[in-house]
Structure formats: structure tokens, C-alpha cells
Design a protein around this ligand. Structure first.
Ligand SMILES: NC(=O)c1ccc[n+]([C@@H]2O[C@H](COP(=O)([O-])OP(=O)(O)OC[C@H]3O[C@@H](n4cnc5c(N)ncnc54)[C@H](OP(=O)(O)O)[C@@H]3O)[C@@H](O)[C@H]2O)c1
Length: 280
């Protein structure tokens, strides 16, 4: 049995679908089973990765788990680790971490994922860590303003990066969950091509067939927006400084995605074509 957390999300949802397509037994952990709308073949367990009792129950009979932590990442990692010890399972764990752990600028996103990696690597026999850069699907943050006003006001600046398709991350996760040879590895994953946010918006404009205005928000505005969501101004300042830094570790393609998949990584162009309806 495979356990997938974040199973209603961007990467977890694709991991779940890929395991189901292969006819493998899958259990999904979700906070809202009633709203999850998961494939009929999936067993559903109620709970969150940060609820050790729910996780321990969900780990019964599980040999490999795909773990996605969103929100209070460090606390959730500690609870998941406690549950793993209590359940004596799984043997294999694949963690969705982030390439922010490789960032030379210290910031909260990197710190919390680094801590999660450390906590979870010690509790299973076989551990694999995926460290992707930004997902193509982050463009969905702009979908409402593109639909409603034809504009993007970009909070993360306009530095070059190599965004990755969440489905490519999922495909690699499934390999690590089901194949030998990935234990102890930490994979830095990027997409195939260097693009700025402005380049991505131009690609979206071509896909929708409509012009889109692109503007970079000031650093102050970005900090205020992040602080309003996360509640902590100092944390927001650190995260914005790292995201807008010239030194982002996802600034160039690593080639690891292609090596692991044995095919080209999916481009932002093809993601935009597949998801164009969200922007019209
Ligand atoms: N977005 C990126 O560019 C990027 C890049 C690298 C790494 N990452 C990392 O990848 C992971 C997934 O990120 P994502 O933004 O793509 O997630 P997501 O797919 O939007 O969310 C995954 C799932 O997490 C659960 N969830 C959402 N908010 C939560 C909360 N506050 N507390 C507990 N559970 C919550 C939801 O599942 P249920 O409602 O079903 O429980 C959701 O479906 C994160 O650890 C992120 O740091 C993201």
C-alpha cells in the first residue's frame, strides 16, 4: 500500500493518479474527505500530516509514502516522524521538499524545508528527497487578474528561473516510490528552460490570444502582501529577499529531471497550452 499526502494538491494529485493508473493500491490522507473527489480506486484516510494519530492510523500496511507538507512544515514533519516511529512504517519515504534549501540567502521557506528533511530522513530505511524549483502551476496565482483585468502584478520579481511542471515532479516521485536505486538521494529538479516571470506572461498571452499587461510590484508591496498572508513581517522580508535574489538555485536547468525521466522535461509552453482555460 502507498500513502500519499497532499493528494488533493498539484503534485500529490498527480502522484496519486499515476499510481492508480498503474493499478497500485493507494491511500490518500486528506483533511476533507468529503470534498476531496478522489478516484474510486483510492482508499481515503481523514487527517493532516501534522496529526500524528491520524498519520499513524493511515500508515497501517503502508510500504512507501509520498509526503507533502504545506503550512506549518516543521511541526508537521515532527508529527509525521513521530507517527512513522509509532507505526513502524513505511520502509520508504519520498519527501516533496524544495530547492529553497540550497539557497545561499537564508530565509524561512528554506529553513523549514531543511528542518523537515533532517527530521524525516532519520525515521525510515529508504529516504528520497525531491527539491524542485518553482512549479509552472504557480502561474495560476495570476489567473484571476488575467481573466478579470488582463494584468499581472508580479510579487516575486522578474529574475530568470527554470520552472518545472508539477506532473514531472510527480513522475519522478512515482519512480522513487516504486523503483530501487533512489535511497539517500536528494534531487534538485528544474524545468527545461530559463524564463523570467515576464516571459511566462508573454507565453500566457500567446496561449490565450489576448494581450496581458505585466508589472513588477515594489519590494515593499510584496513584503506587505506576504506578511498579510503569513502574519510575520520579518519572515516575509526574508522570503521576498530570497525569491527576488539573483542567486536563486533554480536559476538554470539542472538536467536532473531529464536524467531521471529519460525524456525532455515538460516546458512552460505546453503547460500553458494545457491550462489555457484557467486564464480566459
Ligand atoms: N509551489 C512551488 O513552486 C513549490 C516549489 C518547490 C516546492 N514546493 C513545496 O511543495 C509543497 C506543495 O506545495 P503546493 O503549494 O503546490 O501545495 P498544494 O498542492 O497547493 O497543496 C497540497 C495539499 O496540502 C493540503 N494543505 C493545503 N494547505 C494546508 C495547510 N495550511 N495545512 C495543512 N495542509 C494543507 C491540501 O490537502 P487537503 O486539503 O486534501 O488536506 C492540499 O491539497 C510545499 O511543501 C511547497 O513548499 C512548492
Amino acid at each position: 500500500m502507498f500513502l500519499v499526502t497532499g493528494a488533493t494538491g498539484r503534485v500529490g494529485g498527480r502522484v496519486l493518479a499515476r499510481l492508480v493508473e498503474r493499478g497500485l493500491p493507494v491511500r490518500a490522507l486528506t483533511r476533507n474527505p468529503g470534498r476531496a473527489r478522489l478516484p474510486a480506486a483510492v482508499e481515503v484516510a481523514a487527517g493532516a500530516p501534522g496529526d500524528a494519530d491520524a498519520v499513524a492510523a493511515a500508515l497501517t500496511g503502508v510500504t512507501a509514502a509520498f509526503v507533502v507538507l504545506v503550512g506549518d512544515v516543521e511541526r508537521q514533519a515532527r508529527e509525521f516522524a513521530a507517527a512513522t516511529k509509532a507505526a513502524g512504517a513505511p520502509r520508504r519515504l519520498v519527501l516533496l521538499s524544495s530547492s529553497s534549501v540550497l539557497h545561499p540567502v537564508r530565509h524561512r521557506i528554506g529553513d523549514e524545508h531543511r528542518e523537515a528533511e533532517e527530521v524525516l530522513s532519520g525515521v525510515v530505511e529508504e529516504w528520497t528527497c525531491l527539491r524542485p524549483g518553482p512549479f509552472h502551476s504557480n502561474a495560476l496565482w495570476w489567473a484571476k487578474s488575467i481573466r478579470e483585468t488582463g494584468e499581472v502584478r508580479c510579487l516575486i520579481g522578474n529574475r530568470p528561473g527554470s520552472p518545472i511542471d508539477p506532473d514531472d515532479v510527480a513522475a519522478i516521485a512515482v519512480r522513487a516510490l516504486t523503483e530501487p536505486g533512489h535511497a539517500g538521494q536528494a534531487y534538485p529538479l528544474t524545468g527545461p528552460q530559463v524564463l523570467t516571470s515576464g516571459d511566462q506572461v508573454r507565453i500566457l498571452a500567446r496561449a490565450t490570444g489576448r494581450p496581458i499587461e505585466f508589472e513588477v510590484a515594489s519590494e515593499d508591496e510584496a513584503v506587505a502582501t506576504f506578511a498579510a498572508v503569513g502574519g510575520d513581517r520579518a519572515v516575509a522580508e526574508g522570503n521576498v529577499a530570497a525569491l527576488r535574489s539573483r542567486q536563486v538555485p533554480w536559476g538554470w536547468p539542472t538536467g536532473v529531471t531529464e536524467q531521471l525521466l529519460g525524456r525532455p522535461a515538460r516546458s512552460f509552453h505546453s503547460w500553458a497550452a494545457d491550462n489555457v482555460a484557467a486564464f480566459r
